[in-house]
Design a protein around this ligand. Structure first.
Ligand code: SF4
Length: 379
């Protein structure tokens, strides 16, 4: 039997402080839990390797939270455990998420020695006043030092995360952030529109009326400016929010969008394996207790129906610039997708929201502004 090829996600849920817009499972001030959490994580890695019969791992992503906050010796232990208990591809893409202000020479050296070959650094904006307003712990100068240190240690695959549509952010400030990123000649950029979620500091501020979301028109102007600027600079868009130099797409995330299989380890981590989607509890104490008794506590566990899987393929695949192949999906799911969506598809093509090349359809640049609505209409 052909061995499964998977991505492995490892969640480190700790941060120095909570950013005002953040609703991820990440917690500041839990230093007392670090050691017992890492012990549980190592245990879960071994349990999953046994349960899923030493899967063949093509990508590893250590995400958070802020993985670069905890001692690098923990990261080294985690990756050693992966190498011992999993079948790791010789060209495995191994990413760690870092935040400026938490990296050091020593940490980077240990990451390199542990097999990390890709760094994803959270910047968000290049103006210190915006970073402060977002509740970030670092300055732009800290980010520049992190990139310099990373290059000194020969990391040659670096991503920066940036955000637009931040309350009070001007178009000129966004242009400056895009230009600074381009001038750094990074290999990959993830660029997201800020969504204000309810249970965040920003969510409460919006409720009180002390901040306002960016106007739609400005948000879209910022997005298209980034798409055009990055494409012109050789950072080609390959997903709605992601840009990369040729050969530097994030393979780990490509696997998500192509509905590949992956295992997630750690509090709140999600897995997709054999048609089953499941996720660990986000409660750290409960997570540690569950793993220690060899019964990880799940917050969700579903087998997807054929229809669900088809919808997911359309939903995720249309985020990618490569789009989806209607006849391939029809064969895979035993349905005549062409006839099912033909009428809606014609309408979307005539509105210049979707373009078609043979059996492949993809969103146009205009269509990307309405991605969610288009995908819902189509499925
Ligand atoms: S560093 Fe990232 S995960 Fe941590 S609080 Fe900020 S946005 Fe959330």
């Amino acid at each position: 039997m052909k061995q499964k090829r998977i991505g492995l996600y490892i969640h480190i849920p700790f941060c120095k402080q909570k950013c005002y817009y953040c609703d991820f499972p990440s917690y500041p001030g839990m230093e007392d839990y670090w050691e017992s959490y890492i012990d549980a994580l190592l245990q879960e890695l071994i349990l999953k390797a046994e349960e899923f019969q030493t899967p063949y791992v093509e990508t590893v992503f250590v995400g958070g939270g802020t993985p670069s906050l905890i001692p690098a010796a923990f990261i080294s232990k985690i990756l050693d455990t992966v190498y011992i208990h999993y079948n790791v591809a010789s060209d495995c893409e191994c990413t760690i998420e870092c935040n400026p202000g938490t990296l050091s020479e020593e940490k980077l050296k240990i990451y390199k020695d542990s097999g990390v070959n890709r760094l994803s650094i959270g910047l968000q904006a290049c103006q210190d006043e915006i970073l402060k307003a977002l509740g970030r712990i670092h300055t732009f100068e800290d980010f520049l030092s992190s990139v310099e240190l990373a290059r000194k240690h020969e990391f040659d695959n670096i991503n920066a995360d940036i955000i637009f549509g931040i309350p009070n952010q001007t178009f000129e400030q966004w242009q400056e952030t895009v230009a600074r990123i381009i001038s750094l000649d990074l290999d990959h950029v993830s660029c997201y529109s800020l969504l204000i979620e309810e249970d965040t500091v920003y969510g409460n501020m919006r409720k009180k009326g002390t901040i306002k979301e960016a106007e739609d028109e400005l948000d879209r102007k910022m997005y298209h400016y980034a798409v055009d600027s990055f494409n012109a600079a050789g950072l080609y868009q390959y997903e709605i929010s992601n840009f990369a130099k040729p050969h530097f797409r994030c393979r780990h995330n490509m696997n998500y969008w192509r509905r590949g299989e992956y295992l997630g380890v750690g509090a709140g981590a999600h897995s997709h394996y054999n048609g089953r989607r499941f996720a660990n509890t986000t409660d750290i104490a409960l997570y540690i207790k569950g793993v220690n008794s060899r019964k990880p506590v799940l917050s969700e566990d579903n087998y997807l129906s054929r229809e669900d899987r088809l919808e997911e393929s359309i939903f995720l695949g249309l985020r990618l610039n490569e789009g989806i192949d209607i006849s391939k999906l029809s064969r895979e799911f035993g349905t005549d997708l062409e006839s099912r969506i033909n009428k809606k598809l014609q309408k979307l093509i005539s509105q210049n929201l979707i373009e078609r090349n043979g059996t492949v359809i993809r969103l146009t640049e205009k269509g990307m502004d309405f991605a969610n609505a288009i995908i819902v209409e189509l499925i």
